[in-house]
Design a protein around this ligand. Structure first.
Ligand SMILES: [Zn+2]
Length: 158
């Protein structure tokens, strides 16, 4: 899978709808970049720097140099969130490629073993309770059947 370039975005600041590549031109944002709803990404590396766009310097007609900062994701404790649609498109792709991981996988990896063990134990206790209930029910039914059997009054279906 690659970046879905037909995906439509909607800026949360100016409400304008735009497509992949048209990340700039925001009327509400000083930097001119559109902003989308915040999304969190996960890495199996707790401290991870992912840079995909280098800083670049442009020179305009008046020979003024302007540096456009590159784009990077700085993961802290394995998490990074962004409202930048361009970053999201890139990071979505990285997640699909397996460079980044899903939230589910992240939780599996980084939930402390102690917490995981406690959760598991709680589940076991719950199932034990259910088994006890079922056993009681079975015993009840067997008792009913036994007493019914003596009377020989097994109901016949019509
Ligand atoms: Zn906008």
């Amino acid at each position: 899978m690659s970046i879905d370039k037909r995906k439509k975005y909607q800026c949360v600041d100016c409400d304008e709808k735009f497509e992949y590549g048209n990340f700039e031109g925001c009327s509400k944002n000083a930097g001119g970049e559109h902003v989308v709803a915040r999304k969190t990404y996960y890495s199996k590396f707790l401290s991870y720097n992912h840079e995909w766009k280098m800083d670049r310097t442009t020179v305009d007609a008046q020979n003024n140099k302007k540096t456009i900062p590159g784009k990077r994701a700085q993961f802290q404790k394995g998490k990074f969130y962004t409202t930048d649609p361009e970053a999201q498109a890139f990071l979505d792709e990285e997640t699909e490629r397996g460079v980044l991981i899903t939230e589910k996988r992240y939780l599996e990896l980084f939930t402390p073993q102690k917490v995981q063990k406690e959760r598991l134990e709680r589940k076991v206790e719950e199932s034990k309770g259910q088994v006890t209930e079922l056993e009681a029910r079975v015993a009840e039914l067997e008792a009913e059947k036994a007493s019914g059997g003596k009377k020989g009054s097994r109901r016949k279906s019509a």
